[in-house]
Ligand binder design. Structure first.
Ligand code: FES
Ligand code: FES
Length: 157
């Protein structure tokens, strides 16, 4: 059943009328035109749809819209600006940490969530934080290096 609910999206208040049982990833992409959030498996398995809710990395393909009412959602569109990328995004570019890029928004947001809590993670901590984010292109080694480089450049900002 449609209901009106509000949440903060990339720093701005959003009021939407939608079925609260719809998955957040679909609402972001279809209703709010934020297609940076990708849907891979759609079953909570691959991490492509990762966004942050109140600072925690969550899988938006399996998070009902109603669950984010009153909370703060951050998508890849809210992390950096086109003219000024976030340090984690810059590090991914510098380290060629993607091929098709489909996993990249989720990887970057999971990395950002890690760096907010653990600004100087070791490689094991980075690998654990990204364990649920799959890259079918096999860029994992470069991704780990990018996150370590981002940490050195203040990626927790
Ligand atoms: S699309 Fe959400 S976990 Fe795969
Ligand atoms: S860059 Fe293609 S899935 Fe990761």
């Amino acid at each position: 059943m449609a209901r009106t609910l509000s949440f903060t999206l990339n720093g701005k208040q959003v009021v939407t009328t939608a079925d609260g049982s719809r998955m957040l990833a679909c609402v972001l992409r279809e209703d709010l035109a934020l297609t940076g959030t990708k849907i891979g498996c759609g079953q909570g398995l691959c991490g492509a749809c990762t966004v942050l809710v109140d600072g925690e990395a969550v899988r938006s393909c399996s998070t009902p819209l109603a669950a984010v009412a009153g909370k703060a959602v951050l998508t890849i569109e809210g992390l950096g600006l086109q003219e000024k990328l976030h340090p984690v995004q810059e590090a991914f570019l510098d380290h060629h940490a993607f091929q098709c890029g489909f996993c990249t928004p989720g990887m970057i947001l999971s990395a950002y969530a890690l760096l907010k809590k653990t600004p100087r993670p070791d490689r094991r901590q980075v690998a654990e934080a990204l364990d649920g984010n799959l890259c079918r292109c096999g860029a994992h080694v470069r991704i780990l290096a990018a996150v370590e480089a981002a940490a050195q450049k203040g990626g927790a900002k």
